[in-house]
Structure formats: structure tokens, C-alpha cells
Design a protein around this ligand. Sequence first.
Ligand SMILES: Nc1nc2c(c(=O)[nH]1)N[C@H]1C(S)=C(S)[C@@H](COP(=O)(O)OP(=O)(O)OC[C@H]3O[C@@H](n4cnc5c(=O)[nH]c(N)nc54)[C@H](O)[C@@H]3O)O[C@H]1N2
Ligand SMILES: Nc1nc2c(c(=O)[nH]1)N[C@H]1C(S)=C(S)[C@@H](COP(=O)(O)OP(=O)(O)OC[C@H]3O[C@@H](n4cnc5c(=O)[nH]c(N)nc54)[C@H](O)[C@@H]3O)O[C@H]1N2
Ligand SMILES: [Mo]
Length: 808
Amino acid sequence: MAAREFFKIGRGPSLDRRRFLLAGGAAAVLGAGGVKPAFALAGDREALTSSHWGAFRARVVDGRLVSVAPFERDPFPTAMIQNFPSILYDKSRIAKPMARKSWLEKREKADGADRGREAFVELEWDQALDLAAEEMQRVKDSYGNEAFYAASYGWASGGRFHACDEMMNRLYALYGGYVDDLTNYSFGAGMVLLPHLLGSSQAIGGPFTTWPSLVQNTQLIVMFGGATFKNAQITWGGSGEHTTEKWLRQCHAAGIEMISINPVREDEVVALDMEWQPIRPNSDVALMLALCHTLLTEGLADLAFVERYTVGFAKVRPYILGESDGQPKDADWAASVTQVPADWIRNLARKMAAKRSMIMTAWSLQRARYGEQPWWGTILLAAMLGQIGLPGGGFGFSYTSINGYAFPPSSFNVPGFPRGRNPVKTRIPVARIADMLLQPGAEFEFNGRQMTYPDIRMIHWAGGNPFHHHQDLNRLTRAWAKPETVIVHEPWWTPTARRADLVLPATTTLERNDIGASPRDRYVFAMPQLVAPVGQARNDFDICADIAERLGYRADFTEGRDEMGWLRHLYARAGERAVVEGIVLPDFDTFWSEGMIVLPRPEDDYIYLADFRADPEANALRTPSGRIELFSEKIAAMGYDDCPGQATWLEPEEWLGRAGEEAPLHLISSHPQHRLHSQMDNGPLARASKIQGREPLWLHPDDAAPRGLKTGEVARLFNDRGACQVGVIVSDRVTPGVAMLQEGAWIDPQEPGVPGSIDKHGNPNLVTKDIGTSRLGQGCTAQTALVQIEKLEGPLPEVTAYDPPEVA
Ligand SMILES: Nc1nc2c(c(=O)[nH]1)N[C@H]1C(S)=C(S)[C@@H](COP(=O)(O)OP(=O)(O)OC[C@H]3O[C@@H](n4cnc5c(=O)[nH]c(N)nc54)[C@H](O)[C@@H]3O)O[C@H]1N2
Ligand SMILES: Nc1nc2c(c(=O)[nH]1)N[C@H]1C(S)=C(S)[C@@H](COP(=O)(O)OP(=O)(O)OC[C@H]3O[C@@H](n4cnc5c(=O)[nH]c(N)nc54)[C@H](O)[C@@H]3O)O[C@H]1N2
Ligand SMILES: [Mo]
């Protein structure tokens, strides 16, 4: 195979003539070794593919996936890829299309409250597709397109073409429309807030100040929420290289001081010699305000920066000093709120002002009640330090929550499957789903807008698991009983699939052809089909196309292309976009047979807001003032007491400052070490981590002892919203008063479908609260929950989370 070179042209010297190599040639030219192309589609083979967990090599023997190996260029591959061979064939795979028994008999007259507790009936594909089309037709005729909820939120799987929510959105867009969602669970509050303060959400999605700038210039990194290695295992859309841990280690090697402010001592604290400062959950904004107070009162604040580049400090200053409300936000005050020692706070403020400091705030902080505030506090603190726009200084929100977000600017990506234009304009902030189902017609506020919940009669979901991801699952169980029809496409019998009327078995990435590409990464991967579909699984695309055919718009849906036709089409469009960046892509067949492209993505410095700093008039921000809004007149004018016009300490309804006897502990439900949300919960890694089959919960010795709890025992975690069983790990890695249970265990109610039934398996969303961050962001508040824990004695029920449901 000949090495190929492609050149970047004409975008300035730094991007000029970067070499751009194909996989086949790369082995020779870059000396990476062992980079092999995908083999032809027959018999035993080995091929490279991509996933949210990163690229990996898959080995197929006799048509069966037998093993996987990390991609040799990935410096930090995740062990999670080892789950693939097992979960692909797990007994939890859905073998055939199925319908809930009474729904099949009575359709919309069946009782929705029986979802999740009733047996299923096996169907033939034709019958299942007829049913789906009939229901779409019936609901449209009876209630109109506003009765469809087809937003289909979820992580689905990597691959630009077989993208679930795009498929769902297009199926309904071309059918006259559907109710869609706004924002996300990850950083919903932050993405609404930041445009008001900074004119864009670039500080989340990138590009923002890149790692080389940090390695070379930063002296101190203050991390609110730490820098969890576990989260850096994942890139939305896949990656060739896990770079976040690599860069964090380079920062450490460069001697940068790092401080993790986190109720939990995560792995990186030891690995990177970090200082660990525990804090009460949900109280970070108080700490940030106190750091500002010290800067201001000790003459350390960069008031010249504040004056030139921000607006509103005249209103913020009296709040910090306590002139407006009688409470100076000084370190002593913050110590009582956060339990971070006052001297430590003062010293940190002095250190941050003396050094080149970068503030990294995790997404988790805003997935809490009043979650807008710690992000606003981050920007206020960074502005008062005056290092925004300087090399290695300022702030960023996505350095540590996920892999690869601090990337250099580039507009290139392989386009995804087109969603089509949705004629229905009704939307909900995504985390308000239960409110919508329970209160059709009710009004609510969101980011200054008055909105109304639609009356949803039919839900169609592919690639998401709301019965893991939503808060207060007992409430969702009640809400989920209301629609007349629920259709779910799933590879596995997840809790959501079990709660559907019509279940359509979907393929996974290994059973179909796709293209893997993420804008956070330099690689484009062929994702060749490696094995035949398991059971009767079909591609979401084919399912949707066959439904569209029954409703008379197949040709519109497919545009006359089959799977490979779409891959060629998307790739050709990527080629057009690439040209704008000065990149020439190889032809599709070359790409497909060689398996991989490495793009010339430079690792040059990019410094967020450097241009604004250089010339704030010419490079004004897209905020009302053109500057950083420390006080936002626009937000203040909304009149929301849950999100005032400036960074404010607001006491959540549930936090340790208000804990009582009934619920004395604060539960944090972090993202899981051994899974991606609920994906791979049925895999060997996650299963090996369970305690007596239950999800492990971390508890401090001081909280375990009075409850008589020891590591390895099973406990009941509960509050007035619900309960679940957990396995206990007693550890001083969590602070006293805090319990940590990672999200994503498949709920397994002792009495399926009955709201209030205890979950035998340990999903935190049995006890989390279903309320928006504020009327501004309406984001998810999973990190705000007070709970109680008690020891469980006597025989335990068997965990049946992965057993297929009863088939009548
Ligand atoms: N308590 C608590 N809850 C949380 C969070 C928290 O921090 N704490 N975090 C929240 C956040 S940030 C997020 S992003 C959400 C994530 O919530 P989800 O995105 O819903 O979680 P996943 O488990 O990734 O669900 C994806 C589903 O898609 C299925 N799937 C994968 N590939 C395909 C495919 O090709 N076709 C079809 N039809 N299905 C496929 C998988 O089997 C899986 O069931 O969870 C939220 N929930
Ligand atoms: N392995 C793995 N990685 C993932 C995912 C996954 O499911 N599995 N999901 C991906 C997705 S969709 C997302 S949105 C991101 C989420 O990224 P994050 O939101 O950053 O992740 P979390 O693990 O919820 O929380 C990160 C840290 O914040 C700390 N923390 C929680 N509450 C507080 C608080 O009030 N104050 C402070 N100072 N710290 C707090 C937790 O202890 C934890 O160590 O992760 C991504 N990466
Ligand atoms: Mo997320």
C-alpha cells in the first residue's frame, strides 16, 4: 500500500503543509507498527472500529466476535472495550420484535400503568412494523403531530450514520413533525447560562485554551470537581486517542500545582500528587464568592481587567462585601457554608492571584439545584483574577468531564444523518419530561420564555434509557403510564425497553457499517460490519425506512440510498467541508479499504478569549454589552428568584446545611467507572464491581459505623421519593455526610411497574429529585438529594435486572 500525503493549504503558516496520512501508509511513515486494514467481509477477520469508548481492534472467528484489543496509537485505552464480546451475545439481547400483551389486544385502551409488569408477545417483523405505522397514523389523525415525543435523547452509539436520535427525528420530521427537546442532561443549565455571560457556550464545547498552553504556562490548576480519569475514558462519537489523561499527566510532569475541590477523592488525586480539599456538595459558589472577597479586600483583584472587559461589577461588589444583604461573603462565612477552612480559602485566593492560574469546573457542579451559580461564580472569579485570555490562564468547563474537549479550532467533521426540518416548534428542556407527561397544557418558564407542555400521546425512543437517566424514577413511572403508545428500539432488555408497548430489536455498531468521527479527535474510522445481526435485530435505519414505507414516504426518508449509499454520501459531503479547511480526503473506497484517516489537526496553542483581550471593541462578545457580564441585566429582568442577575449563593432545598434525621446524607451520583451510563452494565467489568449483585455505594467510616455497616454488606438507600438496595464500600475517599453511588445500574424493582417498589439493584435515580436547576436553565439536578441509609439483614431477593421479561 502506497503511503499517501495530503496537504493542508492556505490557512496560515501554523496549519500549512501538515502531513495527513492514511492508515495503510501510516504504519510505514509514522512507524506506528501493526496498523492493519479491515479485511474483507467473510470468515475470520480482524478489523479496526470506533466507539464512544475509543477505537479498538475486533477479532472475529467463525463469524463470532471473540476478542478485542486496544488501538495501538491510543495512549490511554479503556478496559471497558473488553465488554464487547460478552455483551454482544448476552442473554439480555432482545431476540425478536415484541409487544406488551394487553396493548397488543387493546392498543390505546390498554392500561399504561401495566407497562413494566406485563408479559410480552413475540411478533414477526412485518407485523411489528405494521403496528408501528398504524399507531403513528392513528395518533396523527386523532391528535396531530404535537402528540408525538420523538426527541429520543440518549447516548446511543458512535457512528455518524446510524445515529439514533437523528433517525427518530427524521422519521417524524418527514411525517409532519414531533415535539423535540432542548439542551441536555450533561450541561443543560450551563449551556443556557453561558451565552448570556460570554456570548457563546464555547467554554463548554470548545475550542478553549488548549493543553499545550497549560503545560507551558500554567502554574496552578484549581479544579472544582477534580479531574476524574474515569470520565476521560469516553468521547462522544469516539476517538482514536484518549488525550485528556495524557495531558493531565504532562501538566503534572511540568510541575503544575493541582488542587481538587471535591467531596470525593478520585483516582487522579494520588496519581497527580494533587491536594484534595473536600467540600460540602452544592456549596461551591459560596467558596468562589469568598475567594473573590479575599481578592477584593486584600487588593489582589485585577480591577483594571474587570473595568475594561466586564460589566456589572458595581452591582456584584456590594453583594461580595455584604453591603447589599448584610452578609459579607468572606472566608469565615464560606467556611460555615462549605466546611472548607477559612484560612485555606484565603491562602488559595492569594496563591491564585500570585500565580498563572487556570480554573477548571466540572459539569457535575451545574447538575444540581441552582446549578447555574457555580458556573457563574467560576467566571466571576476568573474575571477578578484578570487572567482570562492569557496563555494558560482563565477558566474552562470541559477539561475534565469527558475526553478530548480542549481541541484546536477546526470546522471539519463528517456530517451526520440529516434530521430533516421539523414543522412542529414545540420543545421542552429535556429534563422536564415527567413534568410534560404529567401536566399537559401547564405553563412553565425557561430562559425568559413562557412555554406550555404539549399533550403527548405517543413516545418513540431509540438510543436512550430514560429509566436510567431521568431523576425520581417513581415519578417517571407514573408519568410514563399516561401516553397511549410507547415504542422503543433497543439491542438489550433495558429498563426502558421493558416499559414499552412495542419493542423493536436493534443492531449494535458491530453488526452494521458506519463511519466513526468526532470533532474532538484527529481520526476518521471505517466501522465495518463485523458480525451478522444477533437474533432478529435490524438497523434503526431499516426499521425507520420500513415504517416510512408503510406511511408512504420511504423515498423521502432514504433519499434512495441504502446503508453504503449513505456512507458514501456523508463521506463525499465531508470531503466538501474538508476542502474549506484545506484538507483533501482520499476517495471513499480507499478510505474504506484502508480503514482509517488521520487528519492534520494541529496541536497548536489556542487561547480562549485572547482576541477579546487584545481588542475588546473589535472582538466584542455576543453579549448585550459586548463584554463579560458579571451582572446580566437580561437575566435580572426575567425576575427569577432561583436565578438572579449575578452569581449568588442560594441555599438548595436539599443539601447538608438542611439535612435532618430523616435524610442526613447527601447523595452524589457520579458517572460510572465501568460503564457508559447504563451501557455495559450487563458487561463483565461492571458486574465484577457489584457487591452481592448490587451497585456499590461509598460511605465514610464515620457514617458507616453508627449504621453497623461494613464493606461487602447490603443496605437500603432511601428517602421519601424512593428506595434501592446497594452494596456498601466503607471508605475515607468520601467526606463524612456524603454518599456516592454511580449512575446507570439497570433498575430492577421488586414489584415491577409499581411506583414506590424498592429497586433491588442500586440505581440512584430512585432517590434523586425531579426539579429544574432554575427557571433559567431547567437543567437536570441529579446531584441534589438528601438520603438515609440502613443496613439490610436477612435473605436478599435475587437481582434479575438482566433477565429477559416473561414472554406469553
Ligand atoms: N443520577 C444521575 N442520573 C443521570 C446523570 C447523573 O450524573 N446522575 N447524568 C445524566 C447524563 S449527563 C446523561 S448524558 C444521561 C445519559 O443517559 P442515556 O444516554 O439514556 O444513557 P445510556 O445508558 O447511554 O443509554 C443509551 C441507550 O441506547 C442504547 N443503544 C446503543 N446503541 C444503540 C443503537 O444503535 N440503536 C438503538 N436503538 N439503541 C442503542 C443502549 O443500549 C442504551 O440503552 O444520564 C443522566 N442521568
Ligand atoms: N466512565 C464514564 N465516563 C463518562 C460518562 C460515563 O457514563 N462513564 N459519561 C459522560 C457524560 S455523558 C458526562 S455528562 C460526563 C459527566 O462529567 P461530570 O459531570 O464532570 O462527572 P461526574 O462523575 O458526575 O462528576 C465529576 C466529579 O464531580 C464531583 N462532584 C459532584 N458534586 C460536586 C459538588 O457539588 N462540588 C464539587 N466540587 N464536586 C462535585 C464528583 O465527586 C466527581 O468526582 O462524563 C462523561 N464521561
Ligand atoms: Mo451527559
